[in-house]
Ligand binder design. Structure first.
Ligand code: HEC
Ligand code: HEC
Length: 338
């Protein structure tokens, strides 16, 4: 056989294997989409809502950045929930000294509006209820008297206009309930559509080959059994340490809410959107690296020793949940002076 014949044979073989691996990749891609469709609902920006509810949203945005909502006028929602930083400031705050020192990680506020369960212990069941809680609990706004807050807002002339245009048919537009409602509307608009959403809707180029592979590892390890829904979590509470005891038992999770011993160490299955950017991980910030968090989950929730290679593949997949921050929407308004 002459050299050119060898070359021809090589070329045929090469093209054949290329075609084979391409069709295998295509198959894996389509399989992953079929799997995701079962567990996921894509996140979309609801442009009609943003347009129709402009006044309430605009008021909510002002309030979110308003330090005068706190007792000492020093702290606002954004002090902890930094929207430029995925809605968290990365650190965590002391909750209740009386029951031993422990911390709660500051969660993201993106894409949370539709969740059925709030807080790390899952003790709260709606966004509205959570917003009341944010004002009164000791580790968020620590407010004692809502009437003082209303008076404080009434003393700023420009707030009258903002409240009146947001709640045009009400005699007393500046009220505590309306503060809550405006914040609720602002938070409802905080969504970060991500590559995974484009992928689910049919765009095969949205995910890299490695991410598709990682998606299959996530599925093979049965992570979806807990991490489901539009936020890949946030739908239920589950025992942390179901297979092997969680190392830190200071915060007993849902047991704090309902004192039944079977609820000890039950926590909300963490929503995983933007997880790449929201370290530290877990209610107690036990891990600061995503691949390590994945390994811990394997060990404590699945009873599996996930290898570092597998954990890195899963992390690549989880990066497809990193969405775009809506910079215009979250822009800090000019401070209202009077
Ligand atoms: C001092 C820090 C701090 C401030 C200020 C603060 N928060 Fe929080 N927020 C937290 C922490 C910590 C949690 C988690 C609590 C837990 O897991 O028990 C949280 C939880 C939340 C949640 C629940 C998110 C979820 O997925 O469960 C919402 C919504 C929220 N805060 C909104 C607000 C709003 C609105 C304000 C302003 C009125 C505010 N927060 C002010 C620290 C803060
Ligand atoms: C039995 C239910 C269950 C299974 C299975 C499970 N998880 Fe979790 N996951 C949880 C709970 C509960 C939390 C929240 C724990 C906390 O707040 O301390 C969590 C938290 C996480 C976090 C931290 C997110 C954050 O922002 O703090 C990551 C990452 C994670 N899981 C990934 C995975 C991966 C990958 C798998 C598969 C190997 C998996 N999980 C399997 C229940 C589960």
């Amino acid at each position: 056989m002459s050299v050119s014949k060898y070359f021809l044979l090589f070329l045929v073989g090469f093209t054949f294997s290329l075609g084979y691996s391409q069709s295998k990749l295509e198959e894996e891609t389509n399989n992953l989409r079929d799997i995701l469709k079962v567990f996921f609902v894509p996140v979309e920006t609801n442009t009609a809502f943003l347009k129709n509810e402009k006044s309430k949203i605009n008021l909510g945005r002002h309030l979110f950045y308003e330090e005068r909502l706190s007792v000492n006028s020093k702290i606002a929602c954004y002090s902890c929930h930094d929207l430029n930083n995925c809605g968290t400031n990365g650190s965590y705050y002391l909750k209740q000294k009386a029951e031993g020192d422990f911390f709660r990680d500051v969660p993201t506020l993106y894409n949370v509006a539709t969740l059925p369960v709030f807080n790390a212990d899952g003790g709260i069941r709606s966004l509205k209820e959570k917003l009341y809680d944010s004002f009164f609990n000791r580790y968020e706004m620590n407010l004692e008297d809502e009437n003082l807050l209303v008076k404080q807002l009434q003393s700023v002339k420009k707030y009258s206009k903002l409240f009146e245009s947001a709640f045009p048919n009400e005699d007393e537009a500046i009220s505590f309930n309306n503060v809550i409602e405006a914040l609720e509307f602002f938070i409802k608009g905080l969504s970060t559509p991500a590559p995974i959403d484009r992928f689910i809707k049919g765009d095969n180029t949205a995910l890299s080959k490695e991410q598709i592979e990682g998606g299959h590892v996530f599925n093979d390890k049965n992570c979806y059994s807990c991490h489901t829904g539009s936020n890949v979590g946030g739908q239920m509470i589950q025992k942390l340490g179901i297979e092997r005891e969680w190392p830190n038992q200071k915060d007993l999770g849902y047991y704090r809410v309902k004192r039944l011993s079977e609820y000890k160490m039950f926590f909300r299955v963490a929503p995983l959107r933007n997880v790449e950017k929201t370290a530290p991980y877990f209610h107690d910030g036990l891990s600061s690296r995503l691949w390590q968090a994945v390994k811990l989950m394997g060990k404590h929730e699945r009873g599996l020793d996930i290898t570092t290679t597998e954990a890195l593949k899963i992390s690549e997949f989880l990066k497809t949940l990193t969405g775009e921050i809506p910079l215009e929407y979250i822009k800090k308004p000019n401070k209202l002076l009077n």
